[in-house]
Design a binder for this molecule. Structure first.
Ligand SMILES: [Mn+2]
Length: 421
């Protein structure tokens, strides 16, 4: 019985929904080797999510991103231990009562568990504490993620050991995307661009914001994507000026702009795209003036993007400063003041397993990083919010626009919208 169940779990694992795109065990092994090298003679202990914490009825279980990045393991209750000379994946023993609720899982006693996990050493998570002291002795300090809830327990179990946060060492690895990661992010981006195109049909006067969001979500869920990359933001008129507006309950009115900041997460990798369109097909003169200023700022950043540029607002080579300078030298508000003050967020963030992917703020852009470029102007007094957000892959000499297939120019957008009355 156990063997048969083990085989069923193995078959499930070897033929996942995203077969061709799956990242290889060798790649995960390589990431762990790099982290062990970066952490020197430390012991790294990372906890995957447990079913009870995040496997809630609303979202379903999904793996903690750093744990997934290093293991590819998607089942709950796992622990990763890496000493200077060994690495072991710990997974829970079979729990038949739990499996009745959330389905069969691979257990450490199953045959073929090494082949199914990509780890030479797989142990029962229940033996973690019994082995912890031996592992802890083999390194000078313990690297773990301070954000995770199990850390306090770990510190109590090892009161004499020095602890360091593994967040930045892992972030430095996650910042540079591998070819397979770039392909997965491009896939999430392609599906998200399809969602935007579909939304432009729905985003008309009289439609509800949530109907626009529903068209977009329906498209990417139908395409096999498992989650929103973030809660969909569909803001019409004044709601476009609320940065993380996600109530999506308002009726779109004639003459308004509709800001759609919506993207999918597919095979664990996200995207992040915003377009702002006129509900009745044509920008007013003032909307067009402001839209072209936002687009101009975005193009200025796209022209400047290359390795060595920085994301911080005050850092040298700051992409953000390009946007502020552009807004302060183009256009005016109703009182004749420069527009810079209506730009109230940063121009870029990294995107990967998380839509706001972790990064080391001290490091400049380098090839194979993926960031957004998203200038915006939010003028509540005029009931106007405009953001244009695109995905860019950093290359050797510049950047590649991953969202090039989705129009940004006002004229092109109007042309696509033109048949509407
Ligand atoms: Mn964004």
């Amino acid at each position: 019985m156990t063997a048969l169940r083990g085989f069923a779990a193995l078959a499930l694992f070897l033929f996942p929904a995203f077969g061709a795109d799956r990242i290889s065990f060798d790649e995960y092994r390589g990431r762990r080797a790099e982290l062990r090298k970066a952490n020197g003679d430390a012991v790294t202990i990372l906890f995957g999510r447990a079913e009870k914490e995040h496997g809630d009825l609303r979202s379903g279980f999904f793996q903690e991103a750093n744990f997934y990045y290093l293991t590819g393991w998607t089942e709950p209750g796992a622990i990763l231990v890496m000493t200077p000379s060994s690495e072991v994946l710990l997974i829970p023993r079979r729990n038949e009562e739990q499996e009745r609720w959330t389905g069969p899982k691979l257990a450490p006693e199953d045959s073929g568990v090494q082949a199914a996990t990509g780890f030479d050493a797989v142990m029962a998570a229940e033996t973690f504490e019994a082995n912890l002291y031996k592992w802890a002795e083999s390194g000078k300090r313990i690297f773990t993620l301070f954000d995770e809830s199990q850390v306090d327990d770990l510190k109590k179990l090892l009161p004499l050991r020095a602890f360091s946060d593994a967040k930045l060492p892992i972030a430095r690895l996650r910042m540079k995307k591998s070819p397979s990661e770039i392909a997965l992010i491009q896939h999430a981006t392609d599906v998200s661009m399809d969602a935007h195109r579909a939304a432009w049909e729905m985003a008309r006067p009289g439609a509800k914001e949530f109907q626009v969001a529903a068209v977009m979500s329906g498209l990417y869920f139908s395409a096999g994507c498992e989650r929103h990359s973030y809660a969909p933001i569909v803001g019409s008129g004044p709601n476009g000026a609320i940065l993380h507006y996600s109530k999506n309950t308002r009726t779109i009115d004639r003459g308004e702009l509709v800001l759609m900041d919506v993207a999918a997460e597919c095979a664990m990798y996200g995207s992040d795209i915003t377009r702002t369109i006129p509900a009745n097909g044509k920008f007013t003169a003032r909307q067009r003036e402001l839209y072209d200023i936002v687009l101009g700022a975005q193009n200025a950043v796209l022209d400047a993007i290359k390795p060595g540029m920085m994301l911080g607002k005050t850092s040298p080579n700051s992409l953000n400063k390009i946007v502020v300078d552009y807004f302060n030298t183009h256009g005016k508000d109703k009182h004749g003041e420069p527009l810079g003050k209506y730009y109230t967020h940063g121009v870029s963030h990294h995107v990967g397993l998380d839509v706001h992917d972790p990064f080391d703020p001290a490091l400049p852009l380098a090839p194979n990083m993926i960031i957004t470029v998203e200038p915006g102007l939010y003028i509540p007094e005029e009931g106007i919010g405009i953001r244009i957000e695109d995905m860019v892959l950093i290359t050797e000499n510049g950047g590649k626009l991953m969202t090039a297939a989705l129009p940004r120019e006002a004229g092109e957008i109007e042309k696509i919208l033109s048949p509407r009355k």
